[in-house]
Design a protein around this ligand. Structure first.
Ligand SMILES: C[S@@+](CC[C@H](N)C(=O)[O-])C[C@H]1O[C@@H](n2cnc3c(N)ncnc32)[C@H](O)[C@@H]1O
Length: 214
């Protein structure tokens, strides 16, 4: 269905029309009893919610795809960076958002570009890591890219970055990769000031709150 629509209207138009299905997807997900794989609207709500909850005004996304997260997040963030490996997809989004100076679409490998963006940031940000780290769009077959990005973000001198990452259900431990629980444990061991958890298929890494007097 979506392939047919893409062929009929062309990719640039498709990127604008595709979100029309998000509300239907959300309702269909509710009707089916909220299965593990969550609809895009829920992901949008989570990204916006974490920005609001932690007072963060910058969003950094890996995996722009058709700009479906960038577009709705414009009203929730003052500054958005989105990183896309595929030159064709990067160009579609660059053209789509060309008139908006608050949005930068960067073309390249997230493992290279995330540390560069982290180094430029002056304030904590929400990171939406969604560049196919496990199996949805298999990248290189290991988790080294993801772990390098997490290290760059979580060891930054800016301590308040929040990381959200999609597709926790895909972390099943195949081919010597981490399971979802092992990734949570790895994050909390490597970065003791951080709390990691999975809610509705999304990894969520935030600062560990210390109770007064602790
Ligand atoms: C699941 S889609 C992203 C969806 C989008 N974030 C959203 O919320 O609508 C994954 C995207 O990651 C891109 N990607 C894969 N490997 C990448 C890499 N190493 N660096 C940057 N982007 C990558 C793919 O080309 C694809 O467009």
């Amino acid at each position: 269905m979506s392939k047919l629509l893409r062929r009929m209207v062309g990719e640039a138009q498709y990127s604008k029309w595709k979100p029309l299905g998000h509300r239907f997807d959300y309702l269909w997900w509710v009707v089916r009893g909220k299965p593990v794989r969550s609809p895009h609207l829920l992901k949008q709500m989570s990204v916006a919610e974490y920005g609001r909850r932690y007072g963060l005004r910058t969003l950094v996304e890996t995996g722009t795809y058709y700009g479906e997260m960038v577009a709705p997040m414009r009203k929730h963030f003052d500054r958005i960076y989105s990183i896309e490996l595929d030159p064709r997809l990067a160009e579609i989004s660059r053209q789509r958002f060309a008139g908006d100076p608050s949005i930068t679409v960067l073309e390249g490998d997230s493992q290279v570009l995330v540390p560069q963006v982290v180094a430029e940031l002056k304030a904590p940000a929400v990171f939406w890591l969604d560049a196919g780290y496990y199996g949805v769009h298999p990248a290189k077959g290991d988790l080294s890219r993801l772990l390098a990005e997490l290290r760059a973000i979580l060891s930054s001198p800016i301590a308040g970055h929040v990381v959200l990452m999609d597709d926790a259900r895909c972390f099943v431990g195949a081919e010597n990769k981490f399971t979802a629980a092992q990734l949570v444990a790895w994050i909390e061991k490597e970065f003791p000031g951080r709390k990691a958890e999975i809610v509705r298929d999304i990894f969520r890494v935030t600062r560990r709150e210390t109770s007064p007097g602790a």
